[in-house]
Design a binder for this molecule. Structure first.
Ligand code: FNR
Length: 186
């Protein structure tokens, strides 16, 4: 059986991001049939339809191609002002343009981490709504909200909380099954 190629996207650009640590935990928790590579999107410019009319900027084209090749996506994102971080939404907006946009029919798992008590619950429902529009196939459950995250990862980004490790591991097991199911449906 060939390994499922999973792309990881982090909604935060911050060095020391809790969501980057959560994304790395997801990658490390995957069953042996899956392997994750984190894709960077820092170079993507602000969306401008006039620029789009001239073609995709190189960073947009590269990420579109990388995601199109992938068997699935794992997204770990912070919540900003109860919603999706603007720069991250801008990246999704760029990729969503064009008939061959790469999110279509792509299996997606979402998790979020926050120092706050809800673990980014609100951003996940906004992101699910956006992913609906682009025809992505988002795993429904288990949901993973990592609340009080600053106390659950150490300075090296390693998760020190056994319950969190179990939740993320269970989500990745479910995501493996979901990715297989979506592939069979295609
Ligand atoms: C936040 N933060 C935040 N947290 C939350 O749980 N709900 C929210 O609505 C917000 N809003 C918000 C807005 C902005 C502009 C910033 C910069 C931050 C706090 C946020 O969860 C915290 O900074 C995280 O550590 C950010 O994620 P990373 O960078 O650690 O992955």
């Amino acid at each position: 059986m060939s390994t499922l190629d999973i792309v990881g996207l982090c909604g935060s650009l911050r060095t020391g991001s809790l969501n980057r640590a959560a994304l790395n935990l997801a990658g490390a928790s995957m069953p042996p049939s899956m392997a994750m590579e984190v894709a960077e999107w820092r170079e993507i410019p602000v969306f401008d339809a006039d620029v789009f009319a001239e073609g995709y900027p190189a960073a947009v084209q590269a990420l579109r191609d990388r995601i199109r090749r992938a068997d699935g996506l794992v997204i770990a994102t912070p919540e900003y002002n109860f919603s999706i971080p603007g720069a991250f939404k801008n990246m999704i907006d760029w990729l969503s343009r064009g008939e061959d946009q790469p999110f279509a029919h792509k299996p997606v798992a979402i998790l979020s981490a926050s120092p706050g008590p809800l673990g980014g619950a609100r951003v996940q429902y906004d992101l699910r709504r956006v992913m609906l529009f682009v025809n992505a196939m988002v795993l429904v459950k288990p949901e993973v909200f990592i609340a009080g995250a600053a106390a659950k990862f150490d300075a090296q980004g390693q998760c020190t909380d056994e319950t969190t490790r179990k939740f993320v591991g269970d989500q990745m097991k479910a995501f493996e099954k979901w990715t297989g199911a979506v592939k069979r449906m295609a």
